[in-house]
Design a binder for this molecule. Sequence first.
Ligand SMILES: [Zn+2]
Length: 79
Amino acid sequence: MSEDENVFTNCDWCGKDIFYGNACVSINRNIEQMDITEEYPDGEVTVIQSDTLLELCAECGNKFDTEIVANILLAIKPK
Ligand SMILES: [Zn+2]
């Protein structure tokens, strides 16, 4: 873990420092609510709760295969 105050966090896969201002990939579990209002007739999302499951540097994040992960999540669906 770095003591550098410019470090936002560390990559959960490779451990590399992720600095403020750098792109990163976050995998989150969000509880969201969609509402339609006069101001937002196409819908407005309110994030009620957000838990970060994984934070990856751009290099690792670009290797992240969302299709494989989606298939894994579908496979572990509770009965
Ligand atoms: Zn990484």
